[in-house]
Design a protein around this ligand. Sequence first.
Ligand code: SF4
Ligand code: SF4
Length: 233
Amino acid sequence: MSVSQNDMQKYIDNELKPNDTFEFECSMCGSCCRNRAEPIVVIGADLFRIAKAQNVEVEEALWKYTRGYLGEGSHLPVVVLAERDDGSCKLLRKGKCTVHNNKPAVCAIFPLGRFYDSEKGEFRYFTQNGCSGSKPTGKTWTLEEWLGEFNVRESESMTASWNTLLAGVVQITTKMKKTAISERVFKMLLYLLYINYDISRPYPEQVEENKALAVDFFKREFHKKVIFDKGPV
Ligand code: SF4
Ligand code: SF4
């Protein structure tokens, strides 16, 4: 998703450096886990961590906890957290997140936001409004304390690695007609981006393997060359 100049300036103005502090205390109102106006996007690295936390195959986690559709501009599968009939996230049980330490990044960093600075090769975090239920006065956190609470730093390299896979593939699919993404192609893209991962193996090396499969696939099916930027080291 592209970010406007204005939004970027807002992020930078509200940026938190590792030892900067902010005040926040979750009241456990649960409103960010129920009836959300916007669904929570799950990237491949998020799904891998959810599957690992639940000790299930990645494909099982995909069908159990998410739903998906074809992205309008990207022409790629978009995967979001699935809700029950009452609007609650399928990972919420008895008011608690069942993957608390391995939540999707969007949930884990909330109420903070972040963006990836490709020049610096790092994620940058910022404060934003968005939590409707926090206690009026809360605990004071440094950025590092907050990220440590949900293992966010450990997952950053997985996320950055998956982003390089996505960035390479989207350069091709976004220029293709939506009608060219048949059901078979959609399933293959889902496989490369989300399913073809084994929770017992390190994640980044599997992303690299899927990049090689993507190169073969697009060459064979569409005579197109996919170019990937170098992943994180
Ligand atoms: S909306 Fe805010 S206060 Fe309510 S559960 Fe979510 S993070 Fe906590
Ligand atoms: S993954 Fe956890 S934190 Fe995120 S919406 Fe679902 S229950 Fe809430």
